[in-house]
Design a protein around this ligand. Sequence first.
Ligand code: ARG
Ligand code: ZN
Length: 505
Amino acid sequence: MASGRLAHALITPAAPPRPRPALRATLAGALALAVLTGCAPSGATDEPPGLPKATGTATAPATSQATPAAGGAVGAPGIGDPDFPTDGNGGYDVRHYNLVLAYDPATKHLDGTATIQARATQELARFNLDLSGLTVQSVRVGGTPAQFSRQGTELSVSPPAALKDDQDFTVEVRYGGRPGPIRDANNLGVYGFVATPDGAFVTCEPNGAKTWFPGNDHPADKATFDFSITVPQGVTALANGEMTAQPATSGGKTTYTWRERHPMVTYLATMTLGKFQLKQGKTEDGIPNLAAVDPQYADSLQRLYTTSGEITDYWSTVFGPYPFSSTGGVVDDFNAGYALENQTKPIYGGFDPDETIIAHELAHQWFGNSVSIRRWQDLWLNEGFATYAEWLWSEHKGKGTAEAMFKTYYNSKDDPMWAYPPGKARPDDLFNNSVYTRGGLTLHALRQRIGDPAFFKLLRDWAQENKYGNATTDQFIAMAEKVSGKDLDKLFQAWLFTPERPTSW
Ligand code: ARG
Ligand code: ZN
């Protein structure tokens, strides 16, 4: 039934394996320096949250692995997501990550110092960070060496003195090693830090941030980020947000500094490294726009830049003001089989993105990135919305309407999505097509029911009222009922929570 163009955007067109041409010694490196130079922080579209003060990173003496303090108040090893019990951690709330990183593609070695500013939400004699692989050299809390130990992907830290409830504290972790991705045979594929011949491809949804920095790796804890990334001269380092200084080169190494000054979930953080060709400027509405492509995709650069700018501006008219300080896109030469909506810089893994998928990833900047989920079962709030945005884009372009899409899918009675209720994404099949397509159909059923004025007001109110925060499906249903003045229980029950094709709602 579903024609090629209806196939959901997560899956990229089956790209025939291309022989990897020898990396051309392009001007990309030099160009990178020239082009990125102008990419200074720019006016935000909205009041940005305050950036915490930078924290010193004094050299720490090696602290021996130690048994965590016995007794006392212990932060939970998970943040409380029923489907991912050890993801994230309890007992504190991260405010800011300062990541000082150095990576060499030749040795695949990463050296890092992560300085995390957080606030305790309970008394803490011990708390956990998430970190996968790598070696921890030292941990300091408030500048004083702290004991730490590791069990699986949990890094337990015992501060020299117990932290009080509500206390602000800083934890500095020095670590290093050869980072590797998470491979999930079930359905997620390869994600996290993926080394490429010229650098790295870094896409962390749902829980791969822990493959390259210690943190509270769950979307319920958002924070601002600073990145300082040192790479061999000629390699470009891209991260979220905007550059805060001109890249500085000395001794054959270049350091790039990036800042994401709006709260971000850990899975959207990236350090994409390699040879890139760049195009930088502003969208017609004045939002800084940066497109970056692996030289292999040189022909895609102009279109990626123009389309990303046009779509960012259009979504601003539909969903409300763009929530971040810059937009753009990255195409890297790693065939991930998917794209990811990395904050301010969606990444397309080894394919030339078409308008549909660019529309999808940029819609996520509102739905998923600015308004984030609190637990993974609500993932349709990201993917259903971004899929619906694909149909809105098609409608906007005078191609197929959302109504036509809805009819086509609804008439496909044997589709496996009818057996999978999208309102409760399954941990073993998080990115099921139902979460995308049936999630999108749910929004269309809602639009039919409440009419265009209420529906589009709801989308804008949802984005505005939960801007930079976290929200749940129950909150969306409550807002839909409030905005429309209708009882929508039956509709959401049928579309989101029933394992069969809805017939009345
Ligand atoms: N959120 C991404 C998108 O819809 C999909 C990420 C898939 N992640 C993965 N590990 N397979 O474009
Ligand atoms: Zn998506």
